[in-house]
Design a protein around this ligand. Structure first.
Ligand SMILES: Cc1cc2nc3c(=O)[nH]c(=O)nc-3n(C[C@H](O)[C@H](O)[C@H](O)COP(=O)(O)OP(=O)(O)OC[C@H]3O[C@@H](n4cnc5c(N)ncnc54)[C@H](O)[C@@H]3O)c2cc1C
Length: 416
């Protein structure tokens, strides 16, 4: 078995196959550093998975792949990932928001775990070996060509090249459709001069919405105001789900923000009218009706509706109450473009999912070719979901390869 690409999904596939008894496994990695993305992930801490235990909730975090991952997650989901790493010597712990990290809080413990398990299983790694072409010459016989001129045979191929174009080329040469990759998980630049005054403010439970290409995308969560626009988990989630539509519209649209999360305009209006009579003598700038909105943001909202912040609540006209209610539940800001990527840089796009058997990750077009990880048209939102897909697809492929090699592997299963 030859694994093309020594990243998270390739290592997982190789180790699982070996532990199921597959012998003679070779990982070909183009760089000097396998598992490099694991190293830099999660700010060097590696957000391995997410404590979303129910597979039907887990799939909701994949803008592309939601339907196809139902089956795989019923076999190997977040809880199996935690068990797998535990059985291989790494304990994972969840943070309040569900993200799971190794207890040592460093990605190096994940790298050491995968490298140790692969060495123990006798898997051979060739660094600096870029695969340029893979050709099937007979059933269960592939020829692998590398840039160094090395040519080797393999009975099974695990293609795990991430988002590298060479992997897409290899898959296309086998007849696979590659959906053009485009950015997912990015921040938004807003054409809203008030924004710089609020940069650095993070507010939770904000509902944001985009109406684009006849569709409505909306998500609720923590929003971070930056110097140029907005970021934070809720923005990364929105841009992941609306990635294709935003790209098609040249990243121009309007962002509708409900600063209060849910309430309807009438509810807010009534609350503000009560507030006005109760705190008539107080300054509108100082006495805030919604304490979850920081003062700087409150002042900015007043400025946006051209409300003089030196007045007292008693002087706030009914028209002003209406404008304020409207600004609190549906402020609209022009989107001026795509901002920088979030920490987890991933692409939407890759090998078409209809061409993969999701029980084993084997290609529906080429028997013996297995495709996993980011190479596929699957991407998750931020929070450990992208690695979860790598562990799941790698695990399924490893098992699938072992099963397809059949009798030769029977009785050779490794004891952990
Ligand atoms: C900065 C950053 C932080 C991230 N943090 C997180 C996080 O905390 N949690 C999370 O869930 N996700 C995170 N992600 C996303 C996650 O890293 C990826 O989803 C994941 O690494 C994909 O794994 P993979 O095995 O499919 O591909 P990769 O990790 O990209 O591995 C592919 C490997 O194949 C090699 N390769 C490519 N082409 C060839 C070839 N032709 N021949 C030989 N070798 C080849 C590459 O050099 C690479 O080593 C982060 C991504 C980035 C960029």
């Amino acid at each position: 078995m030859v694994v093309v690409g020594g990243g998270a999904s390739g290592y997982m596939g190789a180790i699982c196959a070996a532990e199921e008894g597959v012998s003679s496994i070779l990982i070909l990695e183009s760089t000097v550093k396998p598992l490099e993305k694991v190293r830099i992930s999660g700010g060097g801490r590696c957000n391995v998975t997410n404590a979303t235990w129910d597979p039907s909730d887990l799939v909701l975090n994949y803008p592309r792949g939601e339907k196809e991952l139902c089956g795989p997650f019923n076999s190997f989901s977040a809880i199996e990932t935690v068990d797998w790493f535990h059985n291989h010597g790494v304990q994972l712990i969840a943070e309040d928001d569900g993200r799971m990290f190794p207890v040592e809080n460093s990605s190096s413990s994940i790298i050491q775990c995968l490298v140790r398990a692969s060495k123990r299983a006798g898997i051979v790694l060739h660094n600096q070996t870029m695969v340029t072409r893979v050709k099937q010459i007979a059933a269960d016989d592939f020829l692998i060509y590398t840039r160094k001129g090395l040519v080797c045979h393999a009975r099974k191929i695990l293609l795990s090249t991430g988002g590298h174009p060479s992997g897409y080329r290899i898959a296309s040469a086998f007849g696979h459709t590659v959906i053009k990759p485009l950015p997912s998980l990015f921040t938004l630049n807003l054409d809203a001069p008030w924004i710089t005054k609020c940069s650095g403010i993070a507010v939770d439970n904000i509902l944001i919405k985009i109406k684009i290409s006849g569709k409505i995308f909306q998500h609720k969560g923590e929003l971070l105001i930056t110097h140029w626009g907005v970021s934070g988990p809720v923005v990364l989630k929105l841009t992941a789900f609306a990635a294709r539509e935003l790209k098609a519209n040249f990243y121009r649209s309007e962002l509708i923000v409900n600063w209060l999360g849910d309430p309807q305009i009438n509810q807010v209006k009534n609350l503000l009218i009560d507030f006005r009579s109760k705190y008539a003598r107080y300054s509108i700038a100082k006495k805030r009706p919604y304490l979850n909105l920081p003062r700087r943001l409150w002042l900015s909202i007043l400025e946006q509706i051209k409300c003089d912040s030196t007045i007292r609540w008693a002087e706030c006209s009914s028209k002003m109450i209406y404008l304020l209610s409207n600004a609190l539940v549906s402020s609209t800001y022009p989107i001026a473009g795509k901002g920088p990527f979030g920490e987890e840089f991933v692409c939407a796009g890759g090998v078409a999912l209809s061409e993969i058997h999701f029980a084993t990750m084997e290609s529906r077009l080429v028997k013996g070719l297995f495709l996993v990880g980011e190479l596929l048209n699957v991407d998750g939102v931020t929070g450990g979901f992208n690695f979860q897909h790598c562990w799941t697809s790698g695990w399924l492929a490893g098992k699938g390869i072992a099963r397809s090699l059949g009798d030769e592997t029977v009785g050779m299963k490794m004891d952990l």
